[in-house]
Design a protein around this ligand. Structure first.
Ligand code: NOJ
Length: 557
């Protein structure tokens, strides 16, 4: 790794889903005080940065992805002063801070949307959003056939007869990015937070901002796979991997916005960084977001969605490195986030499923938690050995599984309601983190807090707490910690190149210079370890020179 390369080319970024990370004030909801109290943990884990899900003032219709004021912190999470203190303290721990920015839509409680509602049809206030008359003689049909990613139509009608667009919940009206005020406002918001010391932004729905000016109906059933796992659309519509001109996803014009944002970031000292949540049909389309005059990095959802299959994984790795490398961008790797089933539970199903974007993930068969955990350990070593940067979703370092049996009465994700109670949504991967103790709330809230965490934690998580795992050499936490520290120190890891080595089917083996080899066995038979001088780290013990199925190893050669 070059000493002068910007930090984001190979950073390990830890995702803090703030309401579930740590509760500092005892109200059962995670907050900034909680994050501050856990900075020593994050430092000892060995991450380079944290990405914090939206912390702005919000009515929480989608847990903060409905922003009412982009310059204010929601009181449930803390105060603006606390945010600045967090940034400063994190920097002192050597950890950079990347908040989420939500430019595709605001909250319906945002001052602009309230003004648009009050001003009525035809007013300039409505031009900042996407208002249209309906179709049909009395305008009772929505303006087009677009659907919300959370289920149901993407349009809601107001009492005055006009409809407004929301690609997500009705409380999340889409902004009109053709409007200069919208562009100017977001550039100001970026400057506001950059000047308070943030090191970058994760851009929500980065591929959705620009809509076709005529808002045409969706194309017939040739539509590509660009909606991401939140989509409630018919999966059969989303199988092809060719780009199709889509009326609201991944339109070419969106890149012009990010060229301006790049200039804004470049106004500030140090290496500030944008990471795009961009669902693109193909790796080529994804690479278009991360050019030297555009955004810096993007999530690699192909890696996340890939099943536990050597051929598929190798193809994703090759495509990602080739396409991103061609535009000079680093690859990134991610296994889980707050929108998808945790990977211990995905990998713990015997059937290998390649998960198609646009298709909700439906677990196939009963969960084998041991199998899922073994594979998750191996996957972590694979991810952290690949060239580029990596994302860790809070709790994956504790090996947390998806909580699949939350009672219906506690479900809060808008998907649950919008799907007419057919899709339980994403609460199962958002259960508050267990820190210590033998019973819930496992140190999530301060001792003696009487308010329960906002989602109930399973009764059998005592052995999964950070405290229970600390110092236990066989724990997931110690595996991550060791891997992150080795990764930081080893000259072969991080940014750079890799070379595949000859291996039997089902085994992935690659070398990185100088002197490093990673091998992952995704087959059902043990395989001999490649030649080496030392075993640096393995996801489970290796004996007799054999790498057992569902295990990975880092070797010095
Ligand atoms: C993507 C975010 O990751 C998800 O949590 C959110 O619901 C949607 N964007 C809408 O903002």
């Amino acid at each position: 790794m070059s000493q002068t390369a910007p930090w984001w080319r190979d950073a390990v970024i830890y995702q803090v889903y703030i309401r579930s990370f740590a509760d500092g004030n005892g109200d059962g909801v995670g907050d900034i005080a909680g994050i501050r109290s856990r900075l020593p943990y994050l430092k000892s884990l060995g991450v380079d940065a944290i990405w914090i899900n939206p912390w702005y003032k919000s009515p929480m219709a989608d847990h903060g992805y409905d922003v009412a004021d982009y310059r204010a912190i929601d009181p449930v999470f803390g105060t603006p002063d606390e945010a600045e203190q967090l940034i400063e303290e994190a920097h002192r721990h050597g950890i950079r801070v990347i908040p989420d920015i939500v430019p595709n839509h605001t909250s319906d409680q945002h001052a602009w949307f309230q003004a648009a509602l009050a001003a009525g049809p035809g007013s300039p206030e409505r031009l900042r959003y996407v208002f249209r008359p309906g179709r049909g003689p009395d305008g009772a049909q929505p303006p087009n056939d677009w659907v919300s990613c959370f289920g149901g139509p993407a349009w809601t009608r107001l009492p005055d007869g006009e409809w407004y667009l929301h690609l997500f919940a009705p409380q999340q009206p889409d902004l009109n990015w053709q409007h200069p005020e919208v562009r100017g406002e977001f550039e100001d918001i970026l400057r506001f937070w950059f000047s308070r010391g943030v090191d970058g932004f994760r851009i929500d729905v980065a591929h959705g901002l620009v809509k076709h000016p005529e808002l045409p109906d969706l194309p017939p059933r040739t539509e590509p796979a660009v909606l991401g796992p939140l989509s409630r659309r018919d999966p059969a519509e989303h199988r092809c991997r060719q780009h199709v001109d889509h009326p609201h996803w991944d339109r070419d014009e969106v890149h012009e916005i990010y060229r301006t944002w790049r200039k804004v970031a470049d106004e500030f000292p140090g290496d500030r960084c944008f990471v795009a949540e961009a669902w693109a049909d193909t790796p080529e389309r994804l690479a278009a977001y991360v050019r030297p005059d555009g955004l810096h990095t993007a999530f690699n959802f192909d890696f996340l969605m890939c099943g536990w299959d050597a051929k598929d994984l190798r193809a994703v790795i090759d495509d990602s490195l080739a396409m991103l490398g061609a535009v000079g961008a680093p690859a990134t790797w991610v296994l889980s986030n707050h929108d998808v089933m945790r990977h211990v539970s995905r990998y713990g199903r015997r059937t290998v499923t390649r998960w198609t974007a646009g298709e909700p993930y439906v677990p196939d068969g009963p969960l084998d938690l041991d199998l899922g955990t073994r594979r998750a350990r191996a996957a972590a070593l694979l991810m952290l050995a690949l060239p580029g940067g990596a994302y860790i979703y809070q709790g994956e370092e504790l090996g947390l599984p998806e909580v699949e049996n939350l009672p219906e009465a506690v479900l809060q994700d808008p998907i649950w309601e919008r799907s007419g109670h057919t899709d339980r949504g994403r609460d199962g991967c958002r259960v508050p983190i267990p820190w210590s103790g033998r019973t819930a709330p496992y140190g999530f809230s301060p001792d003696h807090t009487s308010t329960a965490p906002w989602l109930p934690q399973p009764p059998d998580w005592a052995d999964r707490t950070a405290t229970a795992q600390t110092g236990n050499a066989t724990s997931m936490l110690e595996l991550y910690r060791t891997a992150l520290h080795l990764r930081r120190d080893h000259p072969a890891l991080g940014d750079g190149d890799m070379t595949w080595l000859e291996t039997p089917d089902g085994v992935l083996t690659f070398a990185r210079d100088p002197g490093f080899v990673c091998a992952v066995n995704l087959s059902t038979d043990p395989h001999p370890l490649p030649p080496h001088t030392t075993v640096l780290l393995s996801s489970a013990p290796v004996t007799d020179g054999l790498l057992p199925p569902d295990e990975a190893v880092w070797l010095e050669v």
